[in-house]
Design a protein around this ligand. Structure first.
Ligand code: CDP
Length: 808
């Protein structure tokens, strides 16, 4: 049989991997057809709202709900006393701690949930919140983790034994009632020895401030308990719906098959929607109590004040080198402010996430990391805001240490990086703090980046600008921000990584219909990353059916196979691999069907784009569409009918995407306003599935990096008041602040991933934050600056200039 179209046309029709296919989900999103939690409206549905604590630390002496209950339309007001008989007044956190669902005796941060009002509509619920009378007795507030470790004030009285002793926490011994854990990696003694005897040592302290993922859609849930069939349905803003189902079952005692958890469209997550929040629990309890569906959706202030924060790491570093700039050792200590409850969303064995990637992209022979987690009167959380677990902190740390070492050595920071890169031939590379990097070619990426921006030319221009400034001819200084990062994404493997005991694999189930179209379901959930577009592309290439005829479904636990969800750029490394593996199972069966239809041996046919052909005889073939039909309408000896496959993929290792970024910035020293003249971002995420989606991910991640580096902050005053709880104060960049980004790439496939792909969604954030920050710091380096803390808002930049005497 002769084909009417060429092979190239067949490849193009497939819209498989490597194609910049337009995002299929956007037609819905751009035309108002998205279906978010707040769009869910059920008959008889009630609405919940929280009474929240105005105090950061106080004893709750009494709660009077009478006036609230008397308001027409109010159905119930829940307090910890109502939840206690159900054992739901506290809940487990992802970090092995427990957290109050509703205030039990005291409150520990401003905005903490105290009572849950349920009413006929949202407005009545909000009015009734004002009528709940809570009698508080204020207690001393601690917002500084260092003071917390010295203080006599015990924040978590529940974690001190009656005899005053301090029981171990989930991660071992605790050295103070406000201490959570000490976590260590590497060799401290050997590292200290190297540093003590080194030719050059640079030390620095830096604070990676508290910030917040602030997705446009806040968190919310709708719980509907059907008392007739005993089934609970829960719609919510969940980045890991299956884990929520398991937790809901364990907490409520409802058998897991009787719980259906649905993540509908999610308006951005960035880590904020990984944890379990009191609102979810209260909506479930309220629905069980009232027998009707109950919706809870938080507002912006509630989201910023009470849901999972990110960062808040106080980092202290020492780095040693030879006079020629070869790094010999690295020491890092972190004081980690976890707020009132340890609710960090990290794999169980890693209470400080993957902070031990802090040796970065460099071949450092010996290193040590110690992290102390501390309780304070701040909101709980500690999520990976657009990064894999604590990787942004790690990369910020090492990229600042490199800059400080360059100052110490009086060396160009680009050259210092080149001297110390892990070399291409060293991969797979085992770092001093334990990780095995899968693949990389850092020098090639670095050279490409420096050439693209004419780095030498930029440095010459900067030197001229410094002279012009000193002569009084300009009030603008110029900074060149550099960063080279290595990410670590794609948790599992199961043997290392779990969330609440659930191993971190992921899954894909494919069902091919007789007419050659398909539905594939995965254990992940897109929050804007375009999974419906890109996972179909992986499958198109693997099974030879056009991406246009493959529907991707995620987020409904009644239909999707069990998976651990989407965060930490794990979707492509893990679920993407599961998709490829399931696709290969389909192909293996299709090969047998094709061989039967073509009347040859299985080994005599081979896959070619969208068909199986007889080897050496390309005009003899069966297309995947024909094979799909045959799978359902022919009795094939030795084969079951149908064409379906499922894969649960446990990755052998994580993937290590990397990148080289350069930012050129002009700063007005009198106003403190930075102008980003140029931002160049080279990313290597291995095999690229959809270049256009990747570019979108990079633009988004860089914009969030800009936000964090240049202004975004959750700031507290000494009383524990949140000073940045609205978008008037919390910086969310708009098109006005965002520069043009130049994107570029190299391709170094992952050797262990079935299609060689690494994650990408978080790389631009991880690499972007130090790049923006380094640009600010570099502008002031010729005037004596060594390090200033983020966020570099206009006021702080002005202060830096002022401290350096540039306003004299
Ligand atoms: O887990 P999450 O979806 O947030 O992150 P990811 O795995 O990095 O994927 C983000 C988006 O970029 C998805 O649509 C991926 O399919 C796409 N991507 C790609 O096209 N090629 C890659 N090598 C990695 C991701």
């Amino acid at each position: 049989m002769k084909d009417e179209i060429t092979r190239d046309e067949r490849v193009a029709n497939l819209k498989g991997m490597g194609c910049s296919r337009k995002r299929v989900e956007d037609a819905r999103f751009t035309q108002g057809k998205g279906n978010y939690v707040d769009d869910i409206k059920l008959p008889g549905m009630l609405h919940g709202d929280f009474v929240r604590s105005p105090y950061a630390h106080a004893r709750v002496k009494s709660i009077n709900i009478d006036a609230a209950m008397a308001l027409p339309g109010v159905v119930a007001v829940l307090t910890a006393k109502d939840l206690e008989p159900l054992n739901l007044h506290w809940m487990p956190t992802l970090a092995g701690d427990k957290q109050m669902v509703l205030a039990d005796g005291k409150v520990l941060f401003q905005g903490q949930e105290v009572a849950f009002v349920v009413a006929n509509d949202r407005y009545i619920a909000a009015d009734a919140v004002e009528l709940v009378e809570v009698d508080y007795e204020e207690l001393e507030v601690i917002v500084d983790p260092f003071k917390s470790l010295q203080s006599d004030v015990v924040l978590r009285e529940d974690l001190v034994a009656e005899d005053g002793s301090i029981p171990n926490g989930a991660h071992g011994p605790r050295k103070h009632p406000n201490h959570i854990f000490t976590w260590e990696a590497g060799e401290e003694e050997a590292t200290n020895q190297v540093i003590d005897n080194a030719e050059v040592v640079a030390t620095e302290e830096m604070y990676y401030h508290r910030t917040h993922p602030c997705p446009l859609e806040t968190c919310g849930s709708v719980a509907s308990m059907d008392k007739v069939n005993g089934k609970l349905t829960l719609w919510g803003t969940f980045q890991a719906p299956h884990v929520v189902r398991t937790v809901a079952s364990l907490l409520s005692g409802i058998e897991e098959h009787n719980i259906r958890v649905v993540s509908p469209d999610i308006g951005g997550g960035f880590g904020n929607k990984v944890g379990v929040y009191p609102g979810y629990v209260c909506s479930i309890v309220a629905s069980i109590v009232t027998g009707v569906p109950v919706k809870w959706v938080e507002d912006r202030m509630e989201n910023l004040m009470s849901t999972a924060f990110a960062r808040d790491y106080w980092m202290k570093g020492k780095i040693s080198a030879t006079k020629e700039g070869k790094i010999t050792g690295l020491h890092c200590h972190v004081t980690a402010d976890h707020g009132a409850f340890d609710a960090c969303a990290d794999p169980t064995k890693f209470p400080a996430g993957f902070m031990n990637i802090c040796t970065g992209s460099y071949d450092i022979p010996v290193a040590y990391l110690g992290v102390d987690g501390v309780y304070t009167n701040k909101a709980p959380g500690g999520v990976s805001y657009r990064c894999s677990f604590r990787v942004t902190e790690a990369v910020y740390f090492i990229e600042r240490m490199i800059e400080v070492l360059a100052i110490e050595l009086n060396m160009d920071p680009a050259e210092l990086r080149s001297i110390n890169f892990i070399k291409k031939e060293q991969f797979p590379y085992t770092a001093a703090l334990g990780w095995e990097y899968d693949s990389g070619d850092y020098q090639t990426a670095w050279d490409k980046a420096l050439l693209a921006v004419d780095y030498k030319g930029l440095r010459a221009e900067q030197a001229e600008r410094v002279e012009a400034f000193k002569r009084g001819e300009t009030r603008k200084v110029m900074g060149i921000g550099l960063s080279f990062f290595t990410e670590i994404v794609g948790a599992g493997p199961v043997k290392n990584c779990d969330i609440l005991g659930m191993g971190m694999f992921d899954s894909c189930e494919i069902r091919i219909h007789p007419t050659g179209s398909a539905v594939a379901r995965l254990g992940t959930i897109s929050q804007g990353q375009g999974h419906a577009t890109t996972f179909a592309q992986i499958l198109a290439t693997e099974i030879g059916l056009s991406a246009e005829s493959i529907t991707i479904e995620e987020g409904d636990t009644d239909t999707a196979p069990y998976g651990l969800g989407t965060y930490g750029s794990r979707s492509t490394p893990v679920a993407g691999a599961a998709a490829a593996m399931a696709g290969r199972k389909i192909r293996a069966k299709a090969q047998m069907i094709a061989a039967y239809l073509l009347e040859v041996h299985d080994n005599d046919v081979e896959f070619d784009v969208d068909r199986f052909v007889v080897k050496g005889s390309p005009e003899q073939f069966k297309t995947m569409k024909e094979i799909a039909y045959a799978a359902y309408n022919q009795a094939i000896p030795g084969l079951e009918p149908g064409l379906e496959a499922v894969s649960y993929y446990d990755p052998p290792n994580m993937t290590y995407p990397f990148g080289a970024y350069v930012c050129v910035m002009d700063i007005d020293v009198d106003t403190g306003v930075p102008e980003i003249r140029r931002f160049y971002a080279l990313d290597d995420c291995g095999t690229r599935i959809n270049p256009m989606v990747i570019e979108g991910q990079i633009h988004g991640g860089l914009t969030e990096a800009l936000a964090v580096a240049l202004g975004q902050e959750i700031a507290y005053d000494d009383m524990g008041n949140v000073k940045t709880a609205t978008l008037m104060d919390f910086f969310l960049p708009t098109a006005w602040e965002v520069p043009n980004y130049e994107t570029d790439f190299t391709v170094t496939p992952s050797p262990h991933h079935p299609i060689g792909a690494k994650g990408v969604g978080e790389s631009p954030h991880v690499g972007g934050v130090p790049c923006f920050s380094n640009a600010v710091q570099d502008a002031f380096r010729p005037f004596g600056n060594r390090h200033t803390n983020m966020p570099h808002d206009h006021w702080r930049i002005w202060q830096t200039a002022n401290n350096l005497g540039m306003h004299d």
